[in-house]
Design a protein around this ligand. Structure first.
Ligand code: NAD
Length: 370
């Protein structure tokens, strides 16, 4: 059987892929001194040479101790103090529970640049309210969809750009792991959990590759091992037409040892396939190294090869959303991929998935009544 191969078989250089960054980094003021700021935001900004001039948390002691630990010169316990202190060219970096965004954003000065952590609110109605605030205040606002800038995803993009994957017709995302939900106390009462706080990264990533689906079908369910929480296990199908299979399947209570735990995104195209693994999900938040593998179509068992990548989602990927926002603000980048207007569409997708899970099931007729 003849296979349609790309013209080249040499892997592109995936180790010197450049993250977006500004020519002249601007000062960053962080709102929220929680787990993700400690594990990823601050290490990424240190790596990129982005200056952090202050940190605010409503828990004053948390802001002060993280500032001391990481050599950040100023700590605040109210937004008002932080806004008063901020220079005109500040970039606010907001990493708090999503429910807080509608309270924090109105307190920023009109025209401010701000990166907010995902999700953009807890519902589509909240996302619409956040979009309204951003529009009315003229904020240059972006959402931290860090997986788009994870070095493994950038490497898969380089493979695709080199023609090594070809037209993509199959995308599967599978995560089966044990996630320590207790680390996020605010999730104990969150009405929506898995799709909104975790798989949203996968749905946003799929949108970045394939655009918006025509429709979705999903079921998200509770786990007996996290019975007090909202649904933490999901299966979802995204409809991109009759010649494309796209699905996401996640189980966060697979506590049966490492043997069958996994977390990956796999792309299959006419010429080749790529699989990126997400190590952070396998030992959160310490993580294991991310990986990428590539196979040429039809090359047989020996064809999967490891693709070198430079760094991991945590923390390296976090240089991307901040670098992209800063480059856009200074005018050296023409577009902002995770702009709030685009992020709103990811929120619309999330909302549709919950709607489908609640009432989108098709009736199965087991009797002769059709
Ligand atoms: N991009 C990613 O991969 C990623 C990973 C983890 C978390 N996140 C997102 O980051 C956000 C924070 O997550 P986390 O893991 O740091 O949670 P966390 O619970 O460890 O920290 C949240 C912090 O926000 C502070 N806070 C709450 N309300 C506030 C307010 N109104 N003003 C100021 N501070 C406030 C809390 O005191 C706490 O210190 C969440 O929205 C989460 O979805 C993103």
């Amino acid at each position: 059987m003849a296979f349609d191969h790309p013209h080249t078989s040499a892997l592109p250089d995936t180790q010197s892929i450049k993250m977006p960054r500004p020519k002249q980094p601007r000062p960053i003021l962080v709102i929220g001194a929680g787990g993700i700021v400690r594990a990823a935001h601050l290490p990424a900004y240190a790596m990129a040479g982005f200056p952090v001039i202050g940190i605010m948390d409503e828990n004053a002691e948390r802001a002060t101790s993280l500032a001391t630990e990481r050599g950040i010169p100023n700590a605040f316990s109210t937004i008002a103090e932080a806004v008063r202190f901020a220079p005109d060219d500040v970039i606010f970096d907001v990493a708090v529970p999503a429910s807080q965004l509608v309270h924090i954003l109105p307190q920023l000065k009109d025209g401010t640049a701000v990166l907010m952590q995902k999700p953009m609110g807890e519902t589509l109605a909240e996302a619409a309210a956040i979009r309204e605030i951003c529009r009315n205040k003229g904020l240059t606002a972006s959402v931290n969809f860090s997986l788009r800038y994870s070095p493994n995803n950038l490497a898969v993009q380089a493979l695709a750009d080199a023609g090594m994957i070809g037209a993509i017709h199959d995308v599967e995302v599978q995560t089966s792991t044990f996630t320590p939900w207790h680390l996020w106390t605010f999730l104990a009462t969150a009405p929506r959990l898995e799709i909104l706080y975790h798989s949203i990264h996968y749905f946003d990533l799929i949108r970045s590759w394939l655009g918006n689906p025509r429709s979705v079908s999903a079921k998200t369910v509770k786990s007996p091992h996290a019975a007090g929480l909202a649904a933490t296990k999901t299966v979802a199908i995204l409809d991109y037409g009759d010649a494309m299979r796209v699905f996401v399947a996640t189980n966060h209570s697979h506590e049966f040892g490492e043997a069958h735990q996994h977390s990956f995104v796999q792309f299959e195209g006419l010429h080749g396939a790529a699989r990126m693994t997400m190590g952070v999900n396998l030992d959160y938040p310490t993580g294991r190294p991310d990986t990428v593998e590539y196979a040429r179509r039809g090359a047989g068992e020996a064809s999967w090869t490891s693709v070198p990548i430079q760094g991991n989602n945590f923390p390296d990927g976090f240089m991307g959303p901040m670098g992209a926002l800063q480059a856009y603000v200074e005018g050296s980048a023409a577009s902002l991929p995770t702009h709030f207007e685009d992020a709103y569409e990811t929120m619309a997708l999330v909302e549709a998935l919950y709607r489908s899970s609640d009432n989108g099931a098709a009736y199965v007729s087991f009797k002769d009544d059709i």
